[in-house]
Design a protein around this ligand. Structure first.
Ligand SMILES: *[C@@H]1O[C@H](CO)[C@@H](O)[C@H](O)[C@H]1NC(C)=O
Ligand SMILES: *[C@@H]1O[C@H](CO)[C@@H](O)[C@H](O)[C@H]1NC(C)=O
Ligand SMILES: *[C@@H]1O[C@H](CO)[C@@H](O)[C@H](O)[C@H]1NC(C)=O
Length: 289
């Protein structure tokens, strides 16, 4: 593919992208397609990413070189990879959204991929080999697939991974998560308490956003102190105890970062657990019994 053609495709993709990101708010009120159901936090991610990627795209425009073809900004390896015929590969980013024909497993990724967007495909399973060599990954978005199984080793080698979305899949259990994560989204799955160990997040000391809404959890896992936003609404949580958010042996403890908890849509009666929330700077938002 010539550089110009590639530039044209990029322009097209990004134009759609911009209209998607900026249209999210409006579309929520009109007809609903699956993209409209995009959680707000996802839209923010995409916007932030756009900003980051615009810089790269612009370079691609400006640097459009006189046609001595080997000077493409995409290296030879990448051009040969079938993934980049189905998906859009930019330096460091791979966009595979609603790929046709159906994509049922994680595609082979170019070396040094940092951002993977593979939303709204039909991926069913993530194996330990899928991301094995791509230790450069910083963000993986697998929203809206059919994932019901993830091998425990799938993400452990990804020591740079900061953002992971597995939202709108069919998971009943979570794999081991890498410790540098700052944002984890597993909204709209079938997660059970048995599949989310109490200490699943304990070691993730950089975690800021944790989304576990619309699952079947019956207990709140240990929430690291770094967490700022916790969404765990619409689960089956019927009790909380003092140690869920606070420290039972330290009545002066104030949880430092947490400023948004959603627990609505659970059978828990918050008024029965007044001591469980005294260490929070703001109470859970939403409606409660
Ligand atoms: C491409 O152009 C650059 C600078 O104009 C030159 O240094 C390089 O050798 C050229 N490459 C080929 C394959 O002709
Ligand atoms: C919700 O949790 C209760 C136990 O607290 C259990 O008896 C019930 O079956 C659960 N409901 C669902 C839909 O899992
Ligand atoms: C409370 O318990 C934890 C762990 O059990 C301990 O590390 C901490 O020092 C205790 N705090 C106080 C104030 O006793």
């Amino acid at each position: 593919m010539g550089t110009r053609l590639r530039t044209l495709i990029c322009t097209f993709v990004f134009a759609s992208w911009v209209s998607l990101a900026s249209g999210t708010q409006y579309q929520q009120n009109s007809h609903h397609t699956k993209k409209d159901l995009l959680p707000k936090e996802q839209a923010h991610l995409i916007e932030a990413d756009l900003a980051a990627d615009n810089a790269k795209t612009n370079t691609l425009f400006l640097a459009d070189p006189p046609d001595n073809s080997s000077s493409s900004s995409v290296d030879g390896d990448t051009l040969d990879l079938p993934t980049c015929l189905l998906c859009v590969c930019l330096t460091g980013s791979v966009y595979c959204e609603e790929v046709d024909p159906d994509m049922t497993s994680v595609p082979a990724l170019p070396k040094e991929t940092a951002y993977l967007y593979a939303r709204y495909n039909k991926i069913k399973k993530i194996t330990a080999k899928d991301f094995g060599d791509i230790v450069t990954l910083k963000r993986i978005d697998l929203t809206g697939n059919l994932i019901s199984e993830i091998e425990d080793g799938a993400f452990v080698k990804l020591t740079l991974l900061e953002e992971l979305s597995l939202a709108e899949n069919q998971l009943v259990r979570l794999p081991i998560l890498p410790v540098k994560l700052t944002s984890f989204n597993a909204n709209h799955n079938n997660l059970k308490t048995k599949g989310v160990k109490a200490n699943a997040f304990k070691k993730l000391t950089k975690l800021r956003n944790l989304y576990l809404a619309h699952n079947q959890l019956e207990a709140v896992p240990v929430i690291p102190e770094s967490v700022v936003i916790l969404h765990i609404q619409n689960n089956n949580i019927s009790t909380v105890n003092t140690d869920t958010f606070c420290k039972s042996n330290d009545t002066y403890y104030i949880r430092p970062n947490m400023n948004e908890i959603r627990m609505d849509g659970n059978p828990v009666i918050l008024a029965q657990y007044p001591n469980s929330f005294t260490c929070l700077q703001s109470l859970p938002i939403g409606r409660y019994h």
